[in-house]
Design a protein around this ligand. Structure first.
Ligand code: M6R
Length: 602
């Protein structure tokens, strides 16, 4: 969602630095952008569409400036337009915002009654006006921001400039991310460290209820009582090269190819990890796993493994729906929240609800230092490195990998892992890299399948058991980057209605990895084939000698592994089919329309 970067510096290059930082935030998703930079006054330039449009406008004037705040907007209130883009300016206040002020209509009425007028439909213009109004009352900038924020309901990260202090940025946040960066030449406030990595690796996290005054040579944190707060300065472990394509056509492809290392590292790091011992699975009567989108699909694989092998009942819930299961959350609930970004608003809300109810919360998170990672009782990092493509790939597979190690740990604790099985599992997990590399070698096969489906508008994924969860991820991947309509169905469920949609040539991708369910899935594929489907059959090397001719138009074979890693191999093949299909359809693969990488509003 929206991206923010502010920079105040001893030099006069604040515009170029913030624009370059803004480009590193593009991955978050946006539809317009804007910048405010100070000279002897505040200058505001905005543009609809890509940052390049904004840059084009900036070439038409002198942009020497030592202080700037810049923004990419993902529209929530008001259409994507130059007018609605940030920064917003009211009275003596100029501001950029990520989040939603939920009670903005009420505040707007209040401000209109005091003589304020509004040009846009945005909640952000109201927030700007409210801070201006408070500043007029208090004559103190920090007090004005604190007072205004106490009125705001919802989420926000702000960078603010006041007309009478043109080289200072004020910043604060609630439920939206914002970090402070420090360099020899100046200081930053940005949505995440990726925006500042070209200039510094030193940063601090802003906690909720903290207000920051940023000057070119000093940064001061305050609490709501205006007392100074000392902050830890951290060093980012990610570096700027991880934010480049490094020769790949797309970030998505690069991230798909990073999976062998990412997954192997997870298994090397966590297979015997003693830190899991502080999650006592025997203490809880149930496990809830809560997440959104692909993270929820990874959770379904985790549920299958925990239930099937560790014999623990698990409920997986979409984060935005979890509050409606409130009655089921008790102090003996183990909640596992899964999030690549660690900032997903719905997942954050779910974890807060569960903590209120006394549940113990474990987070499986990629982004180090993110809000979710800081609020859970225990965080297990996936350490997958930055994921830039909006469609998650290594984010998803790394979540499955961590969940599979959790399931193994739970099996051990429940006395369900004998020495022989343990040996098999260990061998499987610690040798995954080579098998994943084998899956990646099949480029021609994926392209061939893509060619056979890319000009269709509807497609079905079917599978049973763990394969049905894999189908959900394969289907989402295809939908989000190729804009093809696709549905994922449990193979046995199709005939209860949806099979009526199968007609001559309709592509059906069937996944059959589970030994015991194989024949049943084959029968379901035959049912679709009998109605004219074009079938693509994905299975493992355990079935490579099977006679597929009768029911499969295309076959993909991935290496056979245990169920703990099988999903990772199959999904990797599905990611590449989606990628090649989207490429043939000439879609914007890394930044699909309407989507945001980090969904920080509920
Ligand atoms: O950052 P998170 O893992 O919490 O994000 C959850 C979903 O928003 C995310 O997986 C989304 O579904 C992706 N676009 C899928 O590729």
């Amino acid at each position: 969602m929206c991206g923010i970067i502010g920079y105040t510096t001893k030099k006069d290059n604040a515009v170029n630095v913030t624009i370059s930082g803004l480009k590193n935030l593009e991955y978050r998703g946006y539809d317009s952008s804007g910048i405010a930079f100070t000279t002897d006054r505040v200058n505001i330039i905005k543009s609809k569409g890509k940052i390049a449009n904004l840059e084009e406008k900036l070439t038409q004037q002198d942009i020497s400036s030592c202080c700037a705040i810049a923004h990419t907007r993902w529209a929530t209130h008001g259409e994507p337009s130059e007018m609605n883009a940030h920064p917003h300016r009211v009275g003596s206040v100029t501001l950029v915002h990520n989040g939603i002020i939920e009670n903005y209509s009420q505040l707007k009425e209040e401000l209109i009654s005091k003589g304020y007028e509004f040009k846009t439909q945005t909640d952000t213009e109201v927030a700007t006006a409210y801070i201006d109004y408070c500043y007029k009352q208090t004559k103190d900038k920090l007090q004005a921001i604190i007072q205004a924020c106490s009125k705001f309901r919802g989420s926000y990260a702000f960078n603010i400039i006041f007309d009478d202090e043109l080289q200072t940025i004020y910043a604060t946040r609630k439920d939206s991310p914002l970090v402070i960066g420090y360099s020899h030449e100046g200081n930053f406030a940005a949505s995440d460290v990726s925006a500042i990595l070209n200039y510094t690796k030193q940063y601090s996290l802003i906690d909720e209820g903290e207000f920051v005054k940023i000057n070119k040579d000093v940064v001061t944190f305050y609490n709501t009582k205006l007392q100074i707060v000392q902050k830890e300065i951290k060093t980012a472990t990610w570096d700027a090269t991880q934010y480049q394509k490094n020769g790949y056509d797309h970030f998505m492809l690069k991230e798909i190819f990073e999976q062998p290392d990412v997954i192997q590292n997870i298994y090397n790091r966590y297979y015997d990890d003693c830190s899991y011992n502080d999650i006592d699975f025997t203490k809880f009567d149930k496990i809830h796993i809560v997440a959104c989108g692909s993270a929820m699909h990874a959770s379904l694989v985790g549920k299958y493994l925990l239930q099937t092998y560790a014999k623990i009942p698990v409920m997986v819930e979409i984060a935005s729906e979890y509050r409606y299961a409130e009655e089921l959350i008790t102090p003996s609930t183990l909640l596992i929240v899964v999030s690549q970004s660690g900032e997903t608003a719905d997942t954050l809300a779910a974890l807060r609800l569960a903590k209120e109810k006394g549940a113990y919360v474990v987070g499986i998170v990629n982004a180090v230092g993110s809000t979710i990672s800081r609020e859970v009782d225990k965080c297990i990092y996936t350490y997958a490195g930055p994921e830039i493509a909006v469609a998650t790939t290594k984010g998803y597979t790394s979540q499955v990998a961590v969940l599979s190690t959790l399931a193994i740990n739970a099996m051990k604790q429940n006395g369900l892992l004998d020495a022989e099985n343990e040996k098999t599992l260990k061998n499987d997990l610690l040798n995954i890299k080579e098998k994943l590399e084998d899956v990646l070698k099949n480029k021609e096969k994926y392209l061939d399948i893509a060619k056979s489906i890319y000009n269709h508008e509807d497609l079905f994924f079917i599978g049973r058991g763990i394969d049905s969860s894999i189908c959900m991820e394969g289907s989402l991947k295809l939908k989000e980057i190729s804009y093809m309509h696709s549905e994922s169905y449990s193979a046995g469920e199709l005939k209860h209605g949806t099979i009526s949609l199968i007609e001559n040539g309709t592509p059906v991708i069937a996944i059959a990895t589970n030994e015991e369910l194989f024949e049943k899935t084959v029968s379901n594929v035959k049912e679709t084939k009998a109605r004219g489907a074009f079938s693509i059959f994905i299975t493992t090397s355990a079935h490579q000698d099977y006679n597929f001719d009768e029911f499969a138009d295309k076959v993909v074979i991935v290496p056979n592994t245990t169920e703990f890693t099988q999903a990772i191999l199959v999904v990797t093949a599905l990611q590449l089919i989606a990628y090649e299909t989207a490429k043939l359809r000439k879609c914007d693969i890394d930044k699909p329309r309407n989507l945001a990488k980090s969904v920080t509003v509920e």
